[in-house]
Design a protein around this ligand. Sequence first.
Ligand SMILES: NC(=O)c1ccc[n+]([C@@H]2O[C@H](COP(=O)([O-])OP(=O)(O)OC[C@H]3O[C@@H](n4cnc5c(N)ncnc54)[C@H](O)[C@@H]3O)[C@@H](O)[C@H]2O)c1
Ligand SMILES: [Zn+2]
Length: 405
Amino acid sequence: MARFTLPRDLYHGKDALAQLKNLKGKRAMICVGGGSMKKFGFLDRAKQYLEEAGMEVQIFEGIEPDPSVETVMKGADAMLKFEPDWIVAIGGGSPIDAAKAMWIKYEYPECTFEDMCKVFGIPELRKKAKFVAISSTSGTATEVTAFSIITDYAKGTKYPIADFEITPDIAIVDPTLAETMPKKLVAHTGMDAITHAIEAYVSTANSDYADALAIHAIEMIQNDLVKSYNEDMEARDRMHNAQCLAGMAFSNALLGIVHSMAHKTGAAFDDFGAHIIHGAANAMYLPKVIAFNAKDPVAKKRYGVIADYMHLGGKDDDEKVALLIKELRKMNDDLNIPHCIKNYGADSYPTEQGFVPEEVFLERLPGIAERAIGDACTGSNPRQPSQEEMEKLLKCCYYDTEVDF
Ligand SMILES: NC(=O)c1ccc[n+]([C@@H]2O[C@H](COP(=O)([O-])OP(=O)(O)OC[C@H]3O[C@@H](n4cnc5c(N)ncnc54)[C@H](O)[C@@H]3O)[C@@H](O)[C@H]2O)c1
Ligand SMILES: [Zn+2]
């Protein structure tokens, strides 16, 4: 038996934000990030709509990108004081994820961060509040997923919280919010989305339900991501739906080791000013992981199906896998994302000098590999890597060398 869970309602299309007017409740707490939602007027509009619905509104702002455990605890304290019956998270993956974790702590104040990280171990929520998620980036799809990613900066690592309890009640997918994204954010979040769809499709937890969503998302992203990056606003609008479809797929079919590696490398070099942005990490690692996973016959066949839907040609599955890798690398080129950590720097591409020093990377490699294997996303990957294989794979991601094992 398997479970497939999505938000109860999803409002999509331009002006879907106005749906906030129809919520019924007393107090809404809006959780938001550093300023883009305020700057572009979406925060004010959300507040007005909630007030039109007759609610008292409080704003918790300043949630940082890749939110920390400390921010989660602070937000939960604010919720315990204000006692909202609606939590309205608006912005990119970061504020929405942080708000999800705050929600758990608000409902269960005694719950520690360690408790939250027990996969599918969250107690029943919605005793105090329901949750609306309004996404402003086209990648994480956290508005429909059962996940929240919180960073423990003391440990330099990201922890996924995973439970259908934190799947939002309402998702608002209004493309107007995504239109203000700067190009680099479009590129990174878009590659995050295609990684979600591809990992979900080859995951050992795949299903007919998730497959349909993943394949359609892959086709859409192939057609629209580069156009969206080049400021085609109709493509940008479609990408907002495409990433959401990918999210519905992976929330149920789970992910694989591209995400395990991205989670464990993202904050591992922060002390060198070398934070590897989630989407960029995925974009660099995905082609390497496909080469590694394709040694598993079932995964290889599934990559072949993806290549077929992408109309890439190829006479057998080996050729199809090679063409899929080539296509993804071309997307990285078109989006100015480098192919490896060594070349990942301030403007991502091309860089004179990588931000992650080679000797530091090599020194930290065994620990990162061990943590990546232990990441919650590894279990559903089609091929289980050994410590040695994970280290080799990460090295290929550092140097952009071929995966032949
Ligand atoms: N919960 C999940 O299922 C899931 C899945 C994948 C990734 N994640 C996590 O989500 C986080 C990344 O989220 P993200 O990629 O959406 O970025 P983000 O939320 O970290 O935002 C990045 C930056 O973009 C700005 N921004 C956001 N929307 C904008 C807009 N419309 N116009 C202009 N600027 C805008 C923000 O202010 C911020 O400075 C990571 O922590 C990642 O690990 C979560
Ligand atoms: Zn992701």
